[in-house]
Design a protein around this ligand. Structure first.
Ligand code: PBE
Length: 279
């Protein structure tokens, strides 16, 4: 039926930046005449399963997440474009998922402590933290359940730094809640994302990953090949994500959601409208 609307299912992860980018994908596609269904608010592994089995057509994924957590690659690649190409190749060969439109910023996991804690104990890097922990100091960590389990997550990180953390000192909580917990002294070290806007609100020191344990995590758009073949224009429609997002801008947009309390959809819409990219 030539009159049937072009329908596409957009997925998203369950955290602020994930919602902001997914809403942009959704708004740009709608503006170009697509009918969009939203499967928003999933954690990484279920969302991944959903695109592999065709329940989701398109979503934004991070290069390092696919590389290290899904494909269990150990080798670190320090050039974002090279990592994008390698991970895209693997995903296409394995799953016929096509990577398009890499976005030029890195949203990495990081460990953050209160500024006083960093100063008092002279801790600036993950190696400093490992030394402090291994000296027998009781240090409580707060991480989300996904980071607790992932191949590029907590225990692999601790292992890379030879940091001996008893399991009972690692508390799991929602990613957004680690800031309040560390500020209130309920935990000593918070898992954060480097583009989180709450880093601007709380007085925290982000510890340097001095052994480069974490891969690069650049977002990109992933589409099932079948869908891209049907609608090849998608690549052009979503190009603004590559052209008009960067680290400063995404932190600003995350700020409007996490600190100012705006809805991610409104933030995404205002930004795209302001640039004249949607009606
Ligand atoms: N990240 C930061 C996580 C959440 C945001 C890219 C390390 C991920 O989705 O893999």
């Amino acid at each position: 039926n030539v009159f049937a609307a072009k329908t596409i299912v957009v997925g998203s992860k369950m955290f602020t930046e994930g919602y902001v980018i997914a809403n942009m994908i959704s708004l740009l596609l709608k503006d170009a005449g697509f009918k969009v269904e939203e499967q928003f608010g999933l954690t990484s592994f279920p969302l991944r399963a959903a695109i592999e089995n065709g329940q989701v057509d398109i979503y934004s994924e991070y290069t390092g997440t696919a590389w290290a957590a899904y494909f269990k690659q150990k080798k670190n690649i320090y050039d974002p474009y090279e990592l994008f190409n390698e991970v895209a190749k693997l995903d296409y060969e394995k799953n016929k998922i096509v990577w398009i439109n890499m976005i030029p910023f890195n949203d990495t996991y990081a460990m953050a402590v209160r500024n006083e804690f960093a100063e008092k104990n002279n801790i600036r890097t993950l190696s400093d933290l490992a030394k402090f922990v291994n000296n027998g100091n009781k240090v409580i960590f707060g991480v989300n359940p996904e980071f607790y389990e992932r191949a590029d997550g907590f225990f692999a990180m601790a292992n890379a730094y030879n940091m001996n953390v008893p399991k009972k000192y690692v508390k799991t909580m929602e990613a957004g809640l680690t800031y309040e917990a560390v500020s209130a002294g309920k935990i000593d070290v918070a898992m954060v994302y480097s583009t989180d806007a709450k880093l601007l609100k709380y007085n925290l020191t982000v510890l340097k990953d001095d052994k480069s344990f974490f891969p690069l995590y650049n977002p990109a758009v992933l589409v099932r090949e079948e869908v891209l073949n049907k609608y090849p224009e998608i690549k052009e429609i979503l190009k603004p994500l590559t052209l008009y997002l960067n680290e400063n801008i995404i932190i600003r947009l995350n700020y409007l959601v996490d600190v100012k309390g705006m809805e991610p959809e409104i933030v995404a819409k205002n930004y795209l409208k302001g640039l004249g990219l949607i009606k």
